[in-house]
Design a protein around this ligand. Sequence first.
Ligand code: ADP
Ligand code: MG
Length: 327
Amino acid sequence: EVVVNRIAAGEVVQRPANALKEMIENSLDAKSTNIQLTVKQGGLKLLQIQDNGTGIRKEDFGIVCERFTTSKLTKFEDLSEIATYGFRGEALASITHVAHVTITSKTADSKCAYKATYNDGKPTGPMKPCAGNQGTMITVEDLFYNMDVRRKAFKNHSEEHAKIADVVQKYAIHNAKVGFTLKKFGESSADIRTPPNSTVTDNIRLTYGSTVARELLPISHEDKTFAFKLTGQISSASYSLKKSIFLIFINHRLVDCSTLRKAIEGVYTSYLPKNMHPFLYLSLEVAARNVDVNVHPTKHEVHFLHEDAIAESIQRAVDATLLSSDS
Ligand code: ADP
Ligand code: MG
């Protein structure tokens, strides 16, 4: 059973950046306003996240890392949300099957913090009281220690670090109210630092430079027929890149969606010079019931119902935004 669990876990946690993304989403779900990340050897040696969110209750310490344990479903209707992001309560459990995990956490009403380590979904011993501020610190060590082939596939640590930095930058842009810090272990200066209560545009400027930030057009579009809402910042027709930059969040989750990507970039071809591309940051909110339940979220590529119609509707909105700024 341990081996089966490990293989399944390896599917959920494909590389260090995936594991970190899951942990960032947990910290955001816990309403953190500050998230600090420390990474060693591209995340293979160490992935650490410290947040100032609501924390994990003492009585939940025994089960937080068990499969299908989630504190995020309270009502029966919430089951449609399970369908949306198929692996509710699987992320943390999966990580404990392929790494050594330590959790330290304190809720607002607890006198002290508690700490426990986990392997294969279970605490390795009793939790211990300790000092700590409100929030949660999760330390993931020796990722894929029990998966030789997988671990060796990630021998390029700087490439893995770059993938992690990319995820952090994108979440920092989308969650501009939250302060993010990413550091390499043992280094005093941060690779990424976004202040709390920032704006999307400020964080785009910080990450992608002032040239693109100057050219951004806000986009905002609501479609009643297909029940979705779009907001974002897109580059104007007088700006272009050799390679496109595309950030899309669907229901606040960073995803790939090639249908949308192609459709939207297509609009720009009639505005931009040949072989030049746009910058796009888009946040799409669709009714949970319309997100395709058949696509496992770890596949990153997301599909939803009425995808073509939604893509067309967004194309028109992008076109209108580019046109209106032209005059
Ligand atoms: P899910 O996010 O789908 O509930 P996870 O496996 O990602 O499943 O997390 C399991 C549970 O652990 C969460 O439901 C939450 O109760 C708790 N948890 C994980 N990370 C944090 C955190 N940073 N702050 C507070 N609670 C957390
Ligand atoms: Mg989660």
